[in-house]
Design a protein around this ligand. Structure first.
Ligand code: ADP
Ligand code: MG
Length: 568
């Protein structure tokens, strides 16, 4: 038998614990949601592993979560008969933080309590939130399939270290025992615990049970009985009918699947029947996660087959450019033993992905086209957080390119602000008489774009130019030649043809000027022979003496710079 060992928390865990206790105190009830959420995940994992190994259930097939309290010991216990943890799992899951985005999270902390509380919420509070209400936490766990003698006890006061030891545990799963801090006695009440569970965890599909209480006439007090009652609705939320689900329940379910603290921007819930049968409950988060740009990130869709949890982050169910979408897809057609490899080739999965993509785009269109300020604000938030990711769809999803193009928003010379708010439709609505192109300029940043010498002639003529400064813009533009029949034209490329915007008199004047400067131009061409491909007289500048332009069909200067920076 291994001895009791004392181990130190990873430095990040210590920091997180400190922050959590100090910044989330005003929101302390969420500890119960987090622990119940973990218990529910543990049951899902057991069900999944048991698909191929029914013996893991032993003689205990009824998965459930128990919430108990002990007034004398001043403890609250959350107990599950899910997958449990081995000793190694305890050490890695409850002693370190292994999440992607951890580094970004810690680098963004400011020391300001309110701001940091919001950041922790975005990062995910999880197990360590137990220490908001407890000054000591004991975890007793036994992995499904392990012997009773191979239980593990983990204990910590949430300061620098924790202990682990081997213990006897008669049943499978995990008990989390919270030794409440002074002043938290309020939680030692079945009424209080029930109301927290109903508020935050009603959507959990497993039964959450508590001991019944009864008034004892002789003792003149309520006594706790040995009988249990189910406190929540205990059915999968997405399988209920829409009319039976409240906004709050949708939002709490979102927090459960996304590990987010804040409500989502929008959601869509549908049962699809026909060629492929599935239910989708999809959410657009209100803010970008810390690992939005992490290449290994897989996305946020949980796959269920006939209510049985199959996997997290099923990236095949959503195109990469919608990787920020969170939620659940429950298929009636896929086999229970489906693997990531099978998903990749499955025709059913393709149908689901196409259907889900359409739903998400529909949800975004609804916000974007909303007549109400609230919808408009939501779309502005969406665009700020995820606009750059959505742009990837222009190159990635040829089928929906036109729908995505309508959702794009840009900074523009018209608004004179770096906020990206102008759509192609807005632009077209403001086009000048005789203008047949949508003009844009690309640059590294807003100021460079705004002050580009290429804009001078457009300003003078009152022609609007879109200012494109995101890293993905050049790449995106290589897939986007026109919108609604209007060609997209860079103001920095080729011989500028302002079409009928140029009148006859101007044309004549320009021709005269050109012949006047012919000799000078030839001299400059000679002098710059190995540096410039061509030298031309230009009318596009009004203040600057000269500027560099790219050939119509060549890579723009900005893209060349980007490729060089990327080492190509
Ligand atoms: P998250 O749920 O986002 O992964 P948590 O901090 O809530 O993060 O939990 C950390 C990890 O600890 C979980 O991913 C899981 O592996 C493990 N864990 C926590 N609670 C339980 C439990 N009741 N049963 C089994 N494993 C658990
Ligand atoms: Mg968790």
């Amino acid at each position: 038998v291994a001895e009791k060992e004392t181990l130190g928390f990873q430095a990040e865990v210590k920091q997180l614990l400190q922050l959590m206790i100090h910044s989330l105190y005003s929101n302390k009830e969420i500890f119960l949601r987090e622990l119940i959420s973990n218990a529910s995940d543990a049951a899902d994992k057991l069900r999944f592993e048991a698909i191929n190994n029914d013996s893991l259930y032993g003689n205990d097939h009824e998965l459930k979560i128990k919430v108990l309290f002990d007034k004398d010991a001043k403890t609250v216990t959350i107990s599950d008969n899910g997958i449990g943890m081995s000793r190694d799992e305890v050490i890695s899951h409850l002693g370190t933080i292994a999440k992607s985005g951890t580094k970004e999270f810690f680098s963004k902390l400011s020391g300001d309590q309110q701001a940091d509380a919001a950041l922790i919420g975005q990062f995910g509070v999880g197990f360590y939130s137990a220490f908001i209400v407890a000054d000591r936490v004991t975890v007793e766990t036994r992995r499904a399939g392990a012997d009773a003698a191979d239980g593990v006890r983990w204990e910590s006061t949430g300061e620098g270290d924790y202990t682990v030891e081997q213990v006897e545990k008669t049943n499978r799963g995990t008990d989390i025992i919270l030794h409440l801090r002074e002043g938290e006695d309020e939680l030692l009440s079945s009424w209080k615990l029930k109301s927290i569970i109903r508020k935050y965890s009603d959507h959990i599909s497993l039964p959450i049970v508590m001991q019944k209480e009864e008034w004892d006439e002789e003792k003149k007090e309520t006594v706790v009985k040995d009988e249990f009652e189910t406190v929540n609705q205990a059915s999968a939320l997405w399988a209920r009918s829409k009319s039976d689900i409240t906004q709050e329940q949708y939002e709490e379910f979102y927090k459960h699947v996304s590990h987010d603290f804040q409500p989502p921007l929008a959601y869509t819930h549908n049962r699809v029947e026909g060629r492929s049968e599935y239910t989708q409950l999809l959410y657009v988060p209100g803010h970008a996660p810390f690992d939005l740009w992490d290449r290994n990130k897989r996305g946020g869709i949980k796959l269920y087959v006939k209510r049985v949890f199959i996997m997290d982050d099923a990236e095949q169910l959503m195109p990469v450019y919608l990787r920020f979408v969170k939620g659940v897809i429950d298929s009636n057609d896929l086999p229970l033993n489906v693997s990531r490899e099978i998903l990749q080739e499955s025709r059913d999965v393709r149908v689901i992905r196409e259907g889900s993509t359409k739903r998400v785009l529909g949800m975004l269109e609804e916000m974007a086209n909303s007549d109400e300020q609230e919808g408009k604000d939501k779309y502005a938030t969406f665009w700020k957080e995820f606009g750059q990711v959505l742009k990837e769809g222009i190159g990635e999803d040829a089928t929906n390119k036109d729908r995505i193009a309508k959702l794009l928003r840009f900074a523009s010379t018209h608004t004179d602000s770096s906020d990206q708010t102008v759509s192609f439709a807005d632009y077209i609505g403001r086009m000048k008489e005789g203008q047949d192109k949508i003009y844009y300029v690309t640059a590294d940043n807003y100021n460079a774009a705004k002050n580009s010498p290429h804009l001078e002639i457009f300003r003078k003529k009152g022609v609007e130019v879109l200012l494109l400064t995101d890293r993905v813009d050049e790449w995106m533009l290589s897939f986007l030649n026109d919108f609604d029949g209007k060609e997209l034209a860079s103001v920095a490329k080729g011989g500028l043809d302002l079409g009928t915007l140029e009148d006859e008199a101007e044309k004549k004047e320009h021709e005269e000027t050109e012949s006047q400067y012919k000799e000078l131009v030839e001299k400059m061409k000679g002098a710059l022979a190995d540096k410039a491909k061509d030298v031309r007289v230009t009318f596009r500048l009004t203040d600057s003496p000269a500027c560099l332009v790219a050939d119509e069909h060549e890579l723009s200067a900005n893209l060349v710079r980007m490729l060089k920076a990327a080492g190509q």
